[in-house]
Design a protein around this ligand. Structure first.
Ligand code: NAD
Ligand code: GLY
Length: 366
């Protein structure tokens, strides 16, 4: 790997600064693993699929820096993002005598990343962790910004902490083994950055969507870099989501309802977000903020990314009930990220009757 081909995006929050390294072959290169917190122990947290593909390579990369490197595996899948799995990490850390300097490495997608981050935030009141995301979704979104969480049966990502990694290492080569459905799910979060922050990027995605789906390296590198730049910019201004950061949840109120309404793991998170963005754009149009042509344009791109655009028929009242269990809800009022104009988003409460109309008009009612 040529070091010049590594792209670096910095993240700065009031209490932390770290780099996101983006390149092909980083797991096999020495530089990305230098200069991390010193410790005698490192623990790689992964799942059987990702460990089988990349666990040995990461262990080799870390061996020169830690006296002992161990690997512990969580069950694979969103339905396992829960207390039971989280406790397996603590079991491993305690049973193998890990101390408060031990560095955790999250090797996997957003599920492994969110759980490892939460474990790192709470083990001995906090140990350092490094994100090594291996899905597109994790490289462009979940590994950056320090949101860590597990699900509760009554709501997604309801238990967690803000806790920043000390580095994020995105090896684009790992995306070569990602199933096409998972790649599409990641594209939903890439597309998201257009309507909320950067319509020039949206134009670029429209022009390169086929190259992205074909895993063309330059296209992937640009998509990951620009997504991380936008996310870093947002998180740098509002780490704890007291305002601006909420725009990153465009499509997520509808999306989380799909995920918990159908049962976690039925639709992929990215699929639910993709479809949720179509509904949130329809809502923005119903509020008179954006023209129908914009909604059609977004729907077409989401469809070209290989994502569903018709919401599942959960029943209107069930939809409303599910969306009330949302971290953005306040005083019993459901709030949505709406597009105020293409490239700009805001959080606002929307009366139930307008939401109901959008749900009923877009095939999701019953
Ligand atoms: P995931 O972690 O379940 O990974 C998807 C699947 O791909 C898994 O089966 C995994 O084993 C497999 N996989 C991972 N890397 C692979 C590779 N390189 N080759 C082959 N298979 C591979 O799903 P995800 O889409 O990465 O993440 C979704 C999760 O991320 C959700 O729980 C969501 O809530 C969370 N998320 C968090 C944030 C945040 O800011 N923390 C943001 C967005 C999403
Ligand atoms: N993915 C939403 C956030 O990081 O805030």
């Amino acid at each position: 790997m040529n070091p010049a081909s590594v792209r670096t995006v910095g993240v700065a929050t009031p209490n932390s600064r770290y780099d996101i390294l983006i390149g092909t072959g980083l797991l096999d290169a020495p530089a990305p693993w230098q200069g991390l917190p010193r410790a005698s122990r490192a623990v790689i947290v992964s799942n059987p699929v990702v460990d089988g593909l990349y666990g040995a390579a990461l262990e080799r990369a870390l061996a020169p820096h830690y006296r002992q490197v161990s690997r512990m595996l969580l069950p694979d899948g969103e339905q396992h993002k829960d207390w039971h799995s989280l406790n397996l990490v603590f079991d491993h850390l305690l049973a193998t005598g890990c101390d408060r300097k031990t560095v955790l490495f999250a090797l996997g997608g957003g599920v492994v990343g969110d759980m490892t981050g939460f474990a790192a935030a709470s083990y001995m009141r906090g140990v350092p962790f490094v994100q090594v995301p291996t899905t597109l979704l994790a490289q462009v979104d979940s590994s950056v910004g320090g949101k860590t969480a597990i699900n509760h049966p009554l709501g997604k990502n309801m238990i967690g902490a803000f806790y920043q990694p000390v580095r994020v290492v995105c090896d684009l080569a790992t995306l070569a083994t990602l199933p096409a459905r998972e790649l599409s799910a990641g594209l939903a979060e890439v597309i998201k950055y257009g309507p909320i922050a950067d319509m020039a990027f949206f134009d670029w995605i429209e022009a390169h969507i086929d190259a992205l789906r074909a895993c063309e390296p330059d296209a992937l590198a640009h998509a990951v870099q620009r997504s991380c730049e936008i996310k870093a910019w947002v998180v740098g201004q509002d780490e704890r989501e007291s305002g601006l950061r909420a725009i990153l949840n465009f499509g997520h109120t509808f999306g989380h309802a799909i995920e918990s309404g159908l049962g976690y793991g039925t639709w992929l998170h990215g699929e639910a977000v993709g479809c949720g963005m179509v509904l949130a754009a329809e809502l923005s149009a119903a509020l008179g903020l954006v023209p129908a042509a914009f909604v059609d344009r977004l729907r077409r791109l989401i469809q070209r990314a290989g994502l569903p655009v018709v919401a599942p028929p959960l029943g209107t009242e069930r939809w409303l009930e599910l969306m009330r269990v949302d971290k953005k809800a306040e005083g019993g009022e459901t709030r949505f990220i709406v597009i105020e104009s293409p490239g700009q988003a805001r959080l606002q409460p929307v009366p139930d009757d307008i939401v109901r109309r959008v749900i009923e008009q877009h095939g999701a009612a019953a």
